[in-house]
Design a binder for this molecule. Structure first.
Ligand code: GH3
Ligand code: MG
Ligand code: MG
Ligand code: MG
Length: 308
């Protein structure tokens, strides 16, 4: 997922464009038309275009069709087949104005088609349109994976990442752990302070938990209701227990008053930890079930603690 433009999908900002053409004169023309507004990368062949798309993750590709080696159609087909590059819009820029070629390009997933010789003003306008659409699509994609109340990832995002990380860990043999986190006596919190305050409390808990995570690969998601979940790649059971203890202490240290809790006069959480190497943790469902069983144990043993 690329980062959405912080100022909103329509705000102008310097985008990153990849210009692909085997002829210097064409590259020059596009560069002159677009470099004042955008940052330009150049590839002079299909192979180079594909590797630059992976390495630079441009916001848009302007793609020539006829090139020695793999042609523009094949580049487009490969970009659209790879989940890492399929959301990058492709505009074909070609000398051919044949209906058949244009149809073929659009069927391959191209966003637009421009014929050479180019008109700088038209190229700029069409590029702008595609960039706006791309920014809006990115924002929607991002919103579909975020929890509306707390702003952390939602369960859908978690489930997807868990599958990816599970496959990766299985392949590499590296550790992987999860931590389930449940706010203690939260029904009483709502009953005493009101639902609005309950929502504020969940937001603060989410913030505190986020702050305790320091590895770039770690993920915090709202699992549902007053439950959160942490995904910890490259982390074994002992490491995950340490993280969980830190999360528990972090929430306690925030000292959010909770007059009706019998655990502590402030908000506490119970946590259950499970690692891929653990007994019976041979599927993602079993991993989560194991974490849930440990969470249940933390509840029955008095809450405000970690079990794993
Ligand atoms: P335990 O310590 O055993 O976890 O007790 P609990 O009261 O936290 O557990 P229970 O599952 O009985 O209640 C969870 C409560 O969380 C009930 C529900 O109304 C509240 N809750 C769930 N989602 C939200 C939310 O989005 N906002 C607010 N304010 N409350 C929520
Ligand atoms: Mg060419
Ligand atoms: Mg619960
Ligand atoms: Mg609870």
């Amino acid at each position: 997922m690329t980062e959405a433009n912080a100022a909103g999908p329509d705000a102008p900002h310097r985008s990153r464009l990849l210009v692909v053409d085997d002829q210097q004169v064409n590259v020059q023309a596009l560069y002159q038309a677009l470099s004042a507004e955008h940052q330009i990368f150049v590839a002079t062949g299909g192979e180079q275009a594909l590797s630059l798309c992976l390495a630079k993750q441009p916001d848009l590709v302007l793609l020539d069709v006829v090139m020695p080696g793999i042609d523009g159609f094949e580049v487009c087909r490969r970009l659209k087949a790879d989940p890492r590059t399929r959301d990058i819009p492709v505009i074909f820029v070609t000398a051919s104005s044949e209906e058949e070629a244009e149809t073929h390009g659009l069927e391959l997933g191209a966003a637009d088609f421009i014929t050479k010789p180019i008109s700088p003003a038209i190229v700029r306008a069409r590029v702008r349109t595609q960039l706006t659409l791309k920014a809006q699509a990115d924002l929607l994609r991002q919103m579909a994976f975020l929890d509306g109340l707390t702003g952390v990832w939602n369960r859908r995002a978690f489930d997807e990442r868990l599958q990816t990380e599970w496959l990766r860990a299985t392949r590499s043999g590296h550790p992987l752990s999860v931590v389930l986190i449940d706010v203690d006596h939260f029904k009483r919190y709502n009953d005493h302070y009101g639902h609005q305050a309950g929502d504020d409390c969940l937001r603060r808990v989410a913030e505190v938990l986020t702050r305790q995570l320091n590895r770039p690969g770690d993920m915090l998601a709202r699992y549902g209701g007053e439950e959160f979940v942490c995904l910890l790649p490259e982390t074994d059971a002992a490491g995950a227990l340490e993280v969980a203890q830190r999360l528990e202490r972090g929430v306690r240290a925030e000292a959010i008053p909770h007059a009706e809790s019998v655990v502590d006069p402030s908000v506490t959480v119970s946590l259950g930890v499970a690692a891929r190497s653990g007994e019976g943790c041979n599927t993602t469902a079993n991993l989560l079930a194991a974490a849930d069983a440990q969470l249940y144990r933390a509840k029955t043993e008095g809450r405000g603690r970690v079990c794993g």
